[in-house]
Write a protein that binds this ligand. Structure first.
Ligand code: NAI
Length: 316
């Protein structure tokens, strides 16, 4: 069954973003939080963001700001929040015990056709959902910040999740314009963070070993690898950088193995190297809230522009 109403549990950074993404997709959204003032501020923030998006031409969906806002309502009663919803997206703080408590409460009040989905960045479905009566309906839908412009959603099942839950979640994410990927089984870090940590780890070692400065290291990604990775992944890169994958392996397999065998152990992410990287980053961007916020705003503006470009280039 196609969901027409979703409930969002937790109205912080990610809960607000999900609300906007679902409303842009034309779905009714009930936003739940423990504190009324949190919901009031979420609604104000959503209205402000939508207006700015409209002005800059980036509002998603076919509906106007007012029509999208009219789809979003708020509620501090969990039972009322989930009533009528066929999809529930949990967005509470990254705390296993808290999330288990919330899913335990939801388990007692939902029916057999509702999907219980968590935004968790790193808690495994087996930790979150094991023992729930409705475990077949449970799944992780991990977004990337900011979800409005970075559309990827990692869909991660519990070992007992019913395949129809995965399929329905996938279809819903597609319908609202996100870019879902399915993991066939849970794994620490899911996929995005495993790739991210592989890059961070080698970056840390290269700087630590004095091969390159921290700022030049970042340039290798932002003006090098990142340029193409905004459009094609590492596997397609291999395919295109030779006459197909097999030809790439034939040409580069020994070279890749030679380099990979020189990779060092997992860094400690502390001590002298941490200080060195911190100093370099702080010289470029002082760690004070105002400066960090301005830089985040600039980053999000860049992502907005990139999302527009990707749409124009029809990069998928
Ligand atoms: P946040 O701290 O901004 O928001 C959490 C919200 O949950 C707050 O509004 C808080 O009032 C509410 N809350 C606390 N206890 C609650 C309860 N018992 N019932 C209902 N609401 C409750 O956190 P944020 O950043 O939005 O993260 C939410 C989830 O999304 C976390 O699991 C996080 O790992 C995940 N996530 C976060 C990303 C990010 O970049 N911030 C990216 C991807 C996923």
């Amino acid at each position: 069954m196609e969901p027409s109403q979703v409930a969002i549990i937790g109205s912080g950074l990610i809960g607000r973003s999900w609300a906007m993404v679902f409303a842009a997709g034309g779905l009714k959204v009930k936003l739940y939080d423990i504190a009324q003032e949190q919901l009031t501020s979420a609604l104000e923030n959503i209205r402000k963001q939508m207006k700015e998006l409209k002005e800059s031409g980036f509002l998603k969906g076919a509906l106007s700001v007012e029509q999208q806002l009219a789809l979003i309502s708020v509620c501090t009663d969990l039972k009322a929040a989930v009533e009528g919803a066929t999809f529930i997206q949990e967005c509470t703080p990254e705390n296993l015990e808290l999330k288990k408590k919330i899913f335990g409460q939801l388990d007692l009040i939902v029916g057999d056709n509702v999907i219980l989905s968590s935004s968790t960045s790193c808690l495994l479905p087996s930790k979150l959902f094991t023992g729930l009566k409705h475990v077949k309906q449970c799944i992780v839908s991990h977004p990337v910040n900011p979800p409005y412009f970075v559309p990827l959603v990692e869909i991660v099942p519990h070992p007992e999740t019913d395949p129809s839950t995965t399929e329905r979640t996938y279809a819903l994410m597609k319908k609202i314009g996100q870019s879902p990927v399915k993991l066939n089984r849970e794994i620490e870090g899911f996929v995005l963070n495993r790739l991210q940590y592989a890059v961070i780890s080698e970056a840390w070692r290269l700087v630590g070993e004095g091969v390159i400065s921290p700022t030049d290291l970042d340039l290798v990604m932002s003006d090098g690898l990142g340029m193409r990775y905004a459009f094609i992944g590492p596997l397609e890169t291999m395919h295109l950088n030779a006459e197909g994958i097999s030809n790439y392996c034939e040409r580069y397999r020994e070279g890749m193995k030679l380099v990979l065998n020189t990779f060092g152990p997992v860094p400690e992410f502390s001590g002298e190297i941490e200080q060195k990287i911190n100093q370099a980053m702080s010289e470029k961007i002082p760690s004070v809230p105002k400066v960090l916020d301005a830089r985040r705003k600039w980053r999000d503006d860049c992502l907005t522009g990139l999302a527009k470009l990707k749409k124009e280039m029809k990069s998928d």
